[in-house]
Write a protein that binds this ligand. Sequence first.
Ligand SMILES: *Cc1c(COP(=O)(O)O)cnc(C)c1O
Length: 347
Amino acid sequence: MSAQDSSHDGIVDLRSDTVTLPTTAMLERMQHARLGDDGREGDPTVRAVEARGAALIGKEAALFVPSGTMGNLLAMLAHAERGTDVFADRGAHLLNSELGSVVTIAGLIPKPIQSRRGAMDETALEDAIRASGSPGLIAMETTHNGAGGAVLPLPHMIRIHAIGQARGIPVHLDGARLFNASIALGVPAAQIAGHADSVMVCLSKGLSAPVGSLLCGSAAFVARARGLRKLVGGTMRQSGIVAAAGLVALETMIARLSEDHAAAKRLATSLSWLDPALADPDHVQTNILRVDVSATTRDAAAWADGVKQHGVLVQASGPSQLRLVTHRHIDDAAVDRTIAAFAAVRG
Ligand SMILES: *Cc1c(COP(=O)(O)O)cnc(C)c1O
């Protein structure tokens, strides 16, 4: 496939920012990357992306992993004993989309905590920890996928971290879209990551790398996670070939995330003009937009089918919600086409 710097096939794909294709600069860097065996003495390009990621995120070390799911899994394995409790907000990606790794592989017991826009109720968390015989791990998520890309407020993160520290419970941050949170808050990623002991970030979402995530933390934590990565089959060989794209992602693709946020805001604003029940632009903080179709005559699946007839792909999530995610391939024309598709389907 050739380099793709714009939308392909004339389809507007808003299902996820994971659909972003590598840039021309990434493909060029991949071609010339210095490579080695990452399961032996190490791959120099993987080492470079790990060093760059650790510096940006403000941790001692980082580990390159094939996916965000594996990064979160290794964090659980490295932090918590089997049979202990993991506390996370009830809408967390970890408890909804990764429950298999939580329960079956890490052997942790999920303790869902009530939450608002992705932020755990702090009193409920303290009560749950008090009631727990064996607390193992606290997990936060920012930006929050299920809560429409919401950004956790920093004071909330500080208090959650303090709750963990006071009781000796490690705090992990699922920061799949940490850089979106950083752009939205206008603070360096390290300032957010500082309120957790470990952080997972995805290079393969809005940053457009084809594959890869980083798990960051203290040197001792990352050394443990590195051993566990081998155990779960996550040690790759000349993985610098994909890490090269990750380096370009970290070097050049962060600042432009603000364009994705602006596109999501414009989408929400236009949809609210079409019908105020569909979307609230005030709730859109980053690149994810949740559209509520419960006040319309169609369910989410029928809406997704309807706009698909107009060349627009969105994800139905539950019976009455659609998830729209903006990214590098969603330009002004794509936003206009999406709005026209919604207007046509609504009739
Ligand atoms: C995408 C995502 C993950 C998992 O990343 P994969 O690379 O798809 O495994 C974890 N947490 C959140 C919040 C995500 O959005």
